[in-house]
Design a protein around this ligand. Structure first.
Ligand code: HDE
Length: 682
């Protein structure tokens, strides 16, 4: 109900008139006339217990926070749509894959794993990639990550893994970081983690943008068709903007420059109508193929290389709407791997089996009630009905007596309520036999071959990044024996990796660990390298353009047009954000120099008159602007006037450094060749 605008008195005696909006009421609908002053006995007297307006407001505020997620606490989310582009009815009866062009609404939440809800966006960490498909046969939640493998093989180890990576139990630090003793202690004692660890030490764990990450279902699942036949499947998300990552120093500096770097990037792209999208692809295989592999498809520490089973793209995900409310949607979203729809089924992956319990269970402590499915973001968009009743915060008001099934109330002319149907979800038929036991299968025993394949699939730069990440992380570990044990595993992955990390740390290489199953050479997979699959486009990329009073407006307009013409975005940085008088017009900058360091951009340019450049060359922020861009392998465009800044920063000509006219083309790349001049890549 819309109420009239209201008036309210401010305590200093001044009258304010606010217009527009519905009338302010209590949670019980009682209109409020004064939202500025508590009810007191006398003008300067004590506040009265009777003040139900004050009490209700403070009471509600006191309970605004709910427990954050034990993992993946920090997340950014958006609504969107999944469109089927290549129907697969022969493989699955899931309705979202039934017809070309079929649209299914989705809600997607990306997250970091280790940090709290208020932590930063760019630590080295795995990213969650959780998708809720509101299909017309119920919700399917594909709760995946941006890394296709996981640290452990069995759910029973999850609490240990998470305890080890979270801030240490006694001291409460470090926050959102794996670079500490307890994590590496656990890892070194659990060699099954090594494959995921090498991914986590690679550039995959420092994504440039949530829009530029791959996503993976991780586990093997099953697709089931209308005849009840099933196939194994692995799910993949491929970002249309390509997979792109930061470099480590950049990601560390971003934690100071913009804690919300990824959240802001996602929000702004969607708000600008620049909708992020991903191709959805499946890898399909059968039991015979699974049996032919030297590893187990139920082992979540293994991938099936794309070269062995090619990806078939069957749909497109587009995120096109920001949440209206962060808490109501992002915070209260509950993803459940146990939410599958007819046509999709689980495999016996023991990690997945444990997840089927955990996610339902955790919602009770996080959202406080078994009725969390009634929260709008979690509720199915198709009709749903059953005999489950009551519970805390029940909002449904079911009618009639039919709260049990079977019943014959219809014979009395009453509504008998919903009944099971033959078309409902049916588990794929599968023979099961064997002794009850606690045993890791032999087929899960090879922990080194796939990390070795990953290492060998990288470019020289990427290998250098991995080795440096191990050095950085292990340099923060204080227990020598833990470092030694990690090194003993790294040598088994690859002698050079072990030797490099030992050299970087300045410690002797210990004896190699003894593998449970001897590793084998699985060759390489070209799809694994980000650098060799570089997406040379400007779309989604941002160029920071440094200008100052007196800069040439025409040159700026030309540069902006060139950048935008290629689908990129120009962000104008100046010493002041107020109106700037340029040669040929005025302009307002998007950001002030000290608050807009070049880590925020994919490339930079400078349009400066010699006099202003001279003045800026004395500003540390301006020098850092170009030095960081250079060190982070970014394109640098400049004009004659700005040469003095390059000189002061000690930057000579080279690849990726050119005129502003060349910038829009240059800005599509990072300059990996430059890295060898900046650090030891050997
Ligand atoms: Fe999770 N995980 N997880 N996880 N996970 C949670 O569920 C858990 C695992 C993943 O944006 C929690 O609702 C166990 C693998 C994502 O809301 C919790 C095990 C993968 C998200 C939980 C795993 C994931 C979670 C915390 C081992 C990739 C964020 C809050 C058996 C395939 C979802 C919640 C969101 C969240 C348990 C392993 C991805 C505690 C027990 C493997 C993306 O239930």
């Amino acid at each position: 109900m819309t109420r009239k605008p209201y008036e309210s008195k401010i305590g200093n005696g001044g009258e304010t008139q606010q217009t527009g909006g519905a009338a302010l009421t209590t949670n019980h609908g009682i209109p409020i006339s004064d939202n500025q002053n508590s009810l007191t006995a006398g003008q300067r007297g004590p506040t009265l217990l009777e003040d139900f307006l004050l009490r209700e407001k403070i009471f509600h505020f006191d309970h605004e926070r709910i427990p954050e997620r034990i993992v993946h606490a920090r997340g950014s989310a958006a609504h969107g749509v999944f469109t089927c582009t290549d129907p697969i009815p022969e493989l699955s009866r899931a309705t979202l894959f039934a017809a070309k062009g079929k649209e299914t609404p989705v809600f997607v939440r990306f997250s970091t794993v280790a940090g709290g809800a208020g932590s930063v966006d760019t630590p080295r960490d795995v990213r969650g990639f959780a998708v809720k498909f509101y299909t017309d046969e119920g919700n399917w939640d594909l709760v995946g990550n941006n890394i296709p493998v996981f640290f452990i093989q069995d759910a029973i180890k999850f609490p240990d893994l998470i305890h080890s990576v979270k801030m240490e139990a006694d001291r409460g630090f470090p926050q959102a970081a794996s670079a500490h003793d307890t994590f590496w202690d656990f890892i070194s004692l659990m060699p099954e983690s090594l494959h995921t660890v090498i991914w986590a030490m690679s550039d995959r764990a420092i994504p440039r943008s949530l829009r530029m990450m791959e996503g993976f279902g991780v586990h093997t699942f099953k697709l089931v068709n209308a005849e009840g036949e099933s196939h194994f499947v692995k799910f993949h998300w491929k970002p249309v903007l390509g997979t792109q990552s930061l470099v480590w120093d950049e990601s560390a500096k971003l934690q100071g420059a913009d804690n919300d770097y990824h959240r802001r990037d996602l929000y702004e792209a969607i708000a600008a109508g620049d909708y992020p999208s991903w191709d959805f692809a499946v890898q399909i295989f059968d039991q015979d193929f699974a049996d032919s592999l030297p590893y187990d498809v139920l082992d979540p520490t293994k991938i099936i290389p794309e070269e062995l089973v090619p990806l078939r793209v069957i749909g497109r995900l587009t995120l096109n709407r920001n949440p209206d409310n962060h808490f109501a949607e992002n915070e209260q979203a509950a993803f459940l791997p146990s939410n599958v729809v007819p046509g999709i089924d689980f495999s016996d992956d023991p990690l997945l089996q444990g997840r089927l319990f955990s996610y339902l269970d955790t919602q009770k402590s996080r959202l406080g009630t078994t009725n969390f499915h009634q929260i709008p973001v979690n509720a199915p968009k198709c009709p749903y009905a059953n005999m489950m009743r009551d519970g805390l915060m029940q909002t449904a008001v079911p009618k009639g007596r039919a709260n049990y099934e079977p019943n014959s109330l219809d014979e009395l002319g009453e509504n008998p309520g919903p009944r099971p149907s033959a078309q409902g979800f049916a588990t794929a038929r599968q023979a099961v036999q064997g002794d009850k036991q606690r045993l890791r299968p032999q087929s899960f025993g090879d922990h080194y071959s796939q990390p070795r394949m990953y290492w060998h699939s990288m470019t020289d730069n990427e290998r250098a990044h991995i080795a440096s990440a191990f050095v950085f992380e292990l340099s923060k570990v204080q227990a020598d024996h833990v470092r030694q044990r990690v090194l003993s595993h790294l040598r088994v992955i690859d002698e050079k990796l072990g030797a490099r990390v030992a050299r970087g740390l300045g410690v002797a290489l210990p004896q190699a660990a003894t593998p449970f199953v001897a590793p084998q050479d699985l060759g390489t997979s070209a799809a694994l390298s980000i650098q060799s699959n570089w997406h040379a486009k400007l779309e989604g990329r941002k160029v920071g353009v440094l200008i100052a009073e007196g800069s040439d407006k025409q040159a700026l307009d030309d540069l902006i047009a060139a950048i935008e013409g290629e689908g990129g975005q120009a962000f104008i940085v100046a010493p002041k954000v107020g109106e700037l008088q340029l040669k040929g017009g005025t302009i307002k900058a998007d950001g002030q120099l000290a608050g807009s360091p070049s880590v925020l951009f994919d490339a930079i340019a400078m349009i400066l008159m010699p006099k202003q450049a001279e003045a800026l060359a004395k500003e540390a922020a301006a020098i850092a602007f170009v030095m960081d861009a250079y060190a982070h392998l970014k394109a640098i465009g400049h004009c004659k006037g700005s040469q003095v800044i390059l000189d002061r920063a000690g930057i000579a000509d080279g690849e990726g450094i050119g005129t502003n006219a060349q910038l829009a083309e240059m800005a599509k790349y990072r300059y990996w060749s430059r890295e060898a001049t900046l650090r030891d890549l050997a």
